[in-house]
Design a protein around this ligand. Structure first.
Ligand code: SF4
Ligand code: SF4
Length: 118
């Protein structure tokens, strides 16, 4: 039997059932989610600071997300997670999101959203 371990590469779902939610005010820019995302979806947004003085995480390549949940599992501050699409959409449309909540699927990657609101 081979002792070589094969990497686990998640297969992309046909449609993403869940959407990424990033609580940018809770992010401490530890970079763990960026390093562990197998699809290089995430990056720090160097164009902004949160109230803690960190550059919060955003998405740089959202289309590559495979809903694997590694970012949610690795984040020590529970600042990033996957949410059911309908639930997130409803909260977004009702304006029921806390300050600093980013749902890139609906809002763009944050920088786009800021431009829209300017
Ligand atoms: S769920 Fe998180 S870790 Fe997995 S591909 Fe999407 S952004 Fe990356
Ligand atoms: S793991 Fe959490 S705290 Fe660390 S950079 Fe990612 S979202 Fe921010």
């Amino acid at each position: 039997m081979s002792s070589v371990r094969k990497p686990i590469i998640p297969k992309p779902p046909r449609t993403r059932q869940k959407v990424l939610v990033i609580l940018q005010e809770q992010c401490k820019q530890c970079d763990l989610c960026i390093q562990f995302c197998p699809k290089k979806v995430l990056c720090a947004d160097f164009s902004k600071y949160n109230k803690k003085g960190y550059h919060p995480v955003t998405t740089c390549d959202l289309d590559a997300c495979v809903n694997c949940g590694f970012c949610e599992m690795i984040c020590p501050d529970m600042a990033i997670f996957l949410s059911e699409r309908e639930e997130a959409k409803e909260a977004y449309e009702k304006g029921a999101l806390d300050e600093g909540t980013l749902i890139p699927e609906f809002m763009g990657d944050g920088r786009e959203h800021e431009e829209e609101s300017n």
